[in-house]
Structure formats: C-alpha cells, structure tokens
Design a protein around this ligand. Structure first.
Ligand code: C2E
Ligand code: MG
Ligand code: MG
Length: 746
C-alpha cells in the first residue's frame, strides 16, 4: 500500500516536471489523459480498500473513495471525448461524474467532523456558514458574472459551469467549519483531507478563471497538477493513523485565535461585495449572499455575547461555590462579611446585627481515615443538605474547608443564634447512613456576634473559632464567644485549683457495679473519677477532665487513678471478693510513652494481678492512630489486662477494624440502650442485637451501659448481652457504700 503511494508521488512529481518542461503547449494524451486517470483511479481504489480493511472511520473512507472515483471516471470520460483533439461538448457526460464528487465529499467531511466532535456547538456551525456564505458572495459578485457571460450560449452549459463554484463554495464552507470544529487537535489526517479539498478548490478556481478570463501559462500547470494531487492527498489522508489525544490536551483544547480568521475574512468580503455593489452593478445573488453572510455574523455575535455572559456567570458561581457540597465557600463568606462591616461603618453600628456560627465536625477525621475519602465526601455531601435543612431560609450556610462549616444569621440576636445552633447541633447528632458504614459524628458550634464581638470579618471568624474550641473542650454542643470569656475565666481558675487538688487528695473514685447478666453476680466495677471541690462540691469528670487534658495534667491524674483503683482492688480481694476494676484512659494517655510500664508498676506495687484490671478506651483516637494503639493494646494484653472499647457505637459504628486489635470487651454506648424498650427505636434494637452477635463471634465480652430500668435489663439479658451497668443496678458510689447485690426479676 505504501509502495503504491510512493509510486503515485513519484508520478505526480514527474507529471509536474513534464508540465513545466512542455510550457503547456503540447498535449500528450497518453500521459495527461490516461496516465493521470490511472493514477487517480489507483488512489481512489486505495481509499476504498482502506474502507474495506480498516474499521476506523470506515464510512469516511468509503464516501471519499466514491467521491474521488466519480471524479476519476469524469476524467476518463473527458479523455475519451477529447480523443483525436476533439473538443468535448459543454456540458458533457464528464460533468455529471465530476459533479458526483461533491455530495460524497460533503458526506465524507461531515462524517469526519462528527467522528471528532461528539456534538458541535452552534457557534461552530455558524462560523462555517459565515465562511461559506461570504465566499459564495465573493464568487457570485466577481466570478459568476464572468462565467455567465463567457459560457452563456446555452442554459445547461451555464448551469454546469455554475455548479462547480457553488459546489466548491459549499465544500469550502464545510472545510472551514471543520477547521473551526476540530481546531486544537491538529490531526494530520484532517490536515491532509482539508488540504486535498482546498487543492481541489484551487484547481476548480483556476479552471474557472481560464474559462472565463483566459488561459495563462501558470494557470494551465496549476489546473493540470492540482486535481490528481488533491485526489492522492485525500486518499492518503485516510491511511494516516489517528494519534490518541492526551487527557490534558483534550481538556485544554480551546478556540485558538486563528479559528476566527476564516469567518472574519468572509465577513469582510461580504462587506466588500456590498460596498462594490453600491458603486457598480453587482448581481442580486451576490448582494443577497452578502446580506445573508452579515445576518449570520449578527447572529454569531449575539450568540457570542450570550455565551460570554453565561460563561462569566458560571465562572462567578464556581468561584463562590464549594464543589462538593454545593454550599457557598469561604471567599463568598468574606465578601458578605466585608459588605456587612462596610455598611455598619457608614450607618448606625447598632442598627444591624449578625450572628456567625462556626461549625466543626467532631469525628470526621475518623471516618476519613478508616473508611477512605469517598466515604468522607459522601458524608460531607449529606451534611450540606442537612445543614441547609436545619436553618432558616434567610441564613447563609458556608463550607469553610475540610470539616469546617459556618452559618451566617443576619439580623439575629444571640438568643436566636443559640436556638438555631442548638437545632443544628441536634440535627448533626443524627447518624449519617453511608454505603460502607453508619456514622454518628456530631459537631461543636461556636457563636460570635457582630458588631459586638468583632469589627471585621477576620476578627469575627476568630471569635467564633475560639467559642467553637471551648465548646469542644467543655463537651457541650454550643458555646458563644461571650460565654467563652466567663468559661475561660472559670476554667483558668479551676485549672489552678486542680493542681492543688491532686496534691491535697481532693480527687475521689466512685465505683459503678457491672452485673453479670448470665448469673446475676457482681464481680466487676467501673472506677469513675470525681473531684470533691471545696467550693463547688462534687464535680463530674466532664467538668474538669477536658481542662486537665489541655493543661497536660492527664498523666498525673491517670497515675493517681490507677494507684487508687489498684489499692481498692487489693482491699476487696483481701476481704475475699474477687473483683475486677475497669479504669478509663483517655486516648492521649494511652499513646503516651511509658504508659504500659506505669500500669505494670502500679499493679506490682499493690500486688494486684493483671487479670483484675480492665482498661477502657474510646474508639476515636484508636482508629486514627491504629498502629500505635495496636502495639500498646498488645502490651497490655501481655500483662493479662483486658482492653475494652468504651462508648462503642457513639462514633464510628464498625466492628471491622476491631477484628485486628486484641481487645477483649465492648461497651455499648448509652445512646443505644436508652430507648431500647420504648418500641419506636427498632433500628437501635437491630444494632444492639447484631453488635452482640458479631462481638461474640469475635470473642468479645459485651457490656451494656446506661441501663436505667428493669425492662431494658431483661431485654439485654435475653439478647445475650454479658454484663449490664447503669443506674437501675446502682449509681456510681464510693467503695464503702457499694452493695455487691442485685435482685434480677425472674
Ligand atoms: P464512661 O466511661 O462512659 O462512664 C459512664 C458514665 O455514664 C459515667 O458518667 C456514669 O456515671 C454514667 N452512667 C452510668 N450509668 C448511667 C445511667 O444509667 N444513666 C445515665 N444517664 N448515666 C449513667 P461520669 O462518671 O460522669 O463519667 C463520664 C465520663 O468521664 C466517663 O464515661 C469517662 O469517659 C470519663 N471518666 C470518668 N472517670 C475517668 C477517669 O478516671 N479517667 C478518664 N480518663 N476518664 C474518666
Ligand atoms: Mg467508661
Ligand atoms: Mg461509656
């Protein structure tokens, strides 16, 4: 195949050389006629062969092959008609075959373009139409007149001669349209096809001028060489393999400026036709075509303006929208805040108020870390919807980035803001059902008010951030900046007092029994810390542990708890009660270097075996730092200590990761147990039931927390839960007040 094209190329070069040498005077029928016809037919057959043997763009090659074959047959007919220096009739049979080229060539071009562009934009078609109409107008004005007058003896002759420029004009329009549509691609196949078509048009045009204006030496050569070269070129184009376009290339393919050159030139030529038409006589057809060109230009302009507007609107929308959640983004928020503060400066500053809610998700990182970013993204998407659902129409929800959101309440006072924030926090407490997991994350919300708390956007966000952080530390869903200040003061004071409290033995442990639901015995208790504060009374852990954690006091407190618990355990054991004690450990303490040796020393000091100790940890940090946690858990297990996952189900509800941690116990979170018997929490019942089953399958002991009534206790016993803990059995109490008895109803 390539050899055939090589022969054709050599032939064309030889033909061109012979044309130049001959000076156009002599006519060699065997060469100019038969050899050229043969070359054209060979090229056409190669093109058709391409359609047979290669499925890609098969129909383009087929249409093009028929087109060029039809042209070649036209040449054969003309050669026969010209035998013996006869002058062929006008119009001749050859014209029929020549003109047969056009429809198939159009089909080939359209198929080629359609293959390259899934859907052509309107503007592209218009550009093609403008170019085609403009060229047609120019042809009609300057060439048609000449053709009509030169060959105007018979109407069929005129029609045949007119058909060529019209066909070419359409062809030109399509090629221009194709260039515009496929631009940026620079595909060699298209370049060659278009070049072939263009050369064909050049051949026609030079022929046209020879017929109408008179032959010239150069015109004769151009005329003779253009057509066979065009056919070979188009045929060859079909064999050029398609280069795969890179993703980036496809993405960045825009309209290059030269794509506008052709339609612009056409528009200018249409204007020129109208201008000339106003000075000299120009055919009505030309005027009509020129006017049509300008109408198309007008439509194109209107379309461009419309597209530009739509584009700039879309750009603006994208620049102020968060892609994932569809909420507004930080940029938009700051714009609104700047506008608010600018207005407040110029008007009465007290006139308008604004509440800013800083929303930070509590356990989002765990979801992302343990279930991957797709799960995180799915959650954020749901969250966007939920956020919008929990606020008023006039409020503005925003995603600040990551797991931080904000809501802007215009003309709201602090009380209203608190109501909205509470409602929001409650709605975010509801579990999110994702493909892989059902997750309860919750949020901490900080409120700051403008202009009372801050006088610029950055200040306002900062205040709300501080309030949010306080909410997180104090384990409350919502805190306002103003409260924060009080809270801060209280916390500072409390923290100072806490240092003293540890030294002065103000900390106490209360114990809450765990009932063995299988035999009604109580042989395990959970140690829960309290602070017997001289001024404030008995403080619950939530009141001071967050501050202690922040101030780095946890290691000291934990050490104290372990010693105290071990001491109590030894006393009980010495009095003949084989009790085991559960001790709570915060995740940061668990991962602290030296934690395991501290536990070992404490047990050894009091002569308590490891089996008498259970260490309770919450899931949160364990998942996010699973490798570090795994090591510690294994070391604790080595001491005989059982590791328990506390508040299971409050965060990420998944047993999957537990299977490769050597934990021995699961404590079902109170939130599941609370509504178990009320009947309307079917889902909780299912969850508890399946968690017990799965936990047992993993060899875990299951403890239910927060059992407040006998019915729940019975239900849990029936579900196969191993231990129960809750006010119904006993509240946490000092060791000496503890009764190790509970009468289970039969
Ligand atoms: P936790 O380990 O989940 O402890 C159970 C909490 O539920 C205790 O609250 C207990 O008093 C409460 N509770 C038990 N039964 C019921 C019931 O039937 N109904 C209700 N409504 N509540 C019940 P507490 O003592 O306030 O402790 C809160 C949290 O503080 C504990 O949750 C634990 O995470 C932490 N904590 C307590 N002591 C220590 C400690 O010594 N060290 C560390 N790091 N954390 C501790
Ligand atoms: Mg606990
Ligand atoms: Mg718990």
């Amino acid at each position: 195949m390539w050899a055939s094209y090589a022969v054709l190329t050599v032939f064309l070069a030889g033909y061109l050389a012979s044309l130049i040498i001959r000076q156009g005077d002599e006519n060699w029928t065997w060469f100019d006629g038969w050899a050229v016809c043969g070359a054209e037919i060979l090229a056409s057959v190669l093109c058709l062969g391409r359609a047979v043997f290669w499925p890609r763009r098969r129909f383009v090659a087929l249409a093009l092959g028929i087109a060029t074959l039809s042209w070649s047959i036209g040449d054969v007919v003309l050669t026969i008609e010209s035998l013996g220096n006869a002058s062929p009739p006008s119009p001749s049979l050859a014209d029929l075959f020549y003109l047969g080229f056009y429809p198939f060539a159009y089909i080939a071009i359209l198929l080629f373009i359609a293959d390259g562009t899934q859907k052509l934009p309107r503007s592209t078609w218009l550009d093609g139409a403008i170019a085609g109409l403009g060229a047609a107008a120019a042809c009609a004005a300057f060439a048609f007149q000449a053709i009509v007058s030169s060959t105007g003896e018979t109407i069929p002759a005129t029609m045949a001669n007119l058909a060529y420029p019209i066909g070419d004009v359409l062809l030109l329009g399509l090629v221009v349209g194709g260039f515009v549509a496929l631009q940026g691609r620079r595909e060699s196949a298209w370049m060659m096809l278009a070049a072939g078509m263009a050369l064909n048009i050049v051949g026609d045009t030079s022929n046209l001028f020879q017929n109408s204006i008179g032959a010239s030496q150069f015109g004769v050569i151009l005329n003779a060489i253009a057509w066979p070269t065009a056919i070979v070129l188009m045929s060859l184009a079909m064999w050029v393999p398609k280069r795969p376009t890179g993703l980036l290339e496809r993405e960045s393919r825009g309209k290059s400026s030269w794509a506008f050159v052709l339609p612009n030139a056409a528009a200018v030529s249409a204007l020129a036709v109208l201008l000339v038409g106003s000075l000299h006589s120009v055919s009505r057809v030309a005027i009509g075509l020129a006017a049509a060109t300008l109408v198309a230009v007008g439509i194109r302009l209107a379309l461009s303006v419309h597209d530009m507007q739509a584009l700039s609107q879309e750009r603006h929308r994208q620049s102020v929208t968060d892609e994932l959640t569809g909420l507004h983004n930080r940029r938009y928020l700051f714009r609104v805040l700047e506008a608010f503060f600018a207005e407040a400066k110029h008007h009465d500053p007290e006139a308008r108020s604004l509440a800013f809610l800083f929303v930070d998700l509590n356990r989002f990182k765990e979801i992302n870390d343990s279930f991957g970013h797709p799960a995180g993204d799915a959650l954020l998407k749901q969250l966007g919807v939920r956020l919008s659902g929990a606020i008023r129409e006039s409020d503005l929800p925003v995603r600040l980035g990551g797991d931080e959101f904000a809501v802007l309440l215009t003309d709201a006072d602090l009380d209203e803001a608190k109501v909205v924030a509470e409602r929001l926090a409650a709605s975010l407490e509801q579990p999110f059902v994702l493909d892989v997991v059902t997750a309860t994350i919750g949020a901490s919300i900080g409120i700051a008010m403008a202009p009372t708390d801050a006088i610029d956007p950055a200040g306002l966000v900062w205040c709300a951030d501080v309030a949010m952080y306080r909410a997180k530390l104090s384990r409350v869903p919502v805190a306002s900046y103003e409260q924060t200040l009080d809270l801060e003061r209280d916390q500072m004071r409390l923290l100072e007092e806490l240092h003293v409290a540890i030294d002065e033995d103000q900390l106490v442990l209360h114990y809450q029994p765990q009932l063995d639901l299988r035999n009604g015995e109580i042989l395990s208790v959970e140690a829960l810390i309290r602070w017997a504060h001289p001024r404030l009374g008995l403080l619950a852990p939530v009141k001071f542990l967050p501050a202690a954690e922040e101030a780095g006091l946890m290691p000291r407190i934990t050490q104290w708890v372990f010693d105290e618990a071990s001491c109590q355990c030894r006393d009980w054991r010495q009095s003949g009660r084989r009790v085991s004690i559960s001790v709570n450990v915060s995740a940061s303490t668990l991962l602290e270097p030296g934690f395991v040796s501290m536990v070992r020393d404490s047990l050894a000091r009091h002569g308590v075996p490891g089996e008498a100790l259970v260490v309770e940890i919450t899931e949160a940090r364990v998942i996010s730092e699973i490798d570090a946690a795994r090591t510690v858990i294994e070391e604790l297990q080595g001491l005989g200590v059982v590791v328990s996952i506390d508040d299971f189900g409050a965060g990420v509800t998944s047993l999957a990761y537990l299977s490769n941690l050597s934990v021995g116990e699961l404590k079902l979170d109170r939130s599941f147990i609370a509504g178990l018997v009320s009947g309307d929490r079917e889902r909780d019942l299912d969850l508890v039931r399946s968690t017990i089953e799965l936990g047992h399958a993993l060899g875990l002991r299951i403890v239910a927390e927060g059992i407040e009534d006998a019915a729940t206790l019975q239900l849990l016993a029936r579900l196969g839960c191993d231990y129960g803990q809750g006010y119904c059995i006993s509240k946490p109490k000092p060791a000496h007040e503890l009764a190790f008895r509970y009468e289970m109803a039969a």
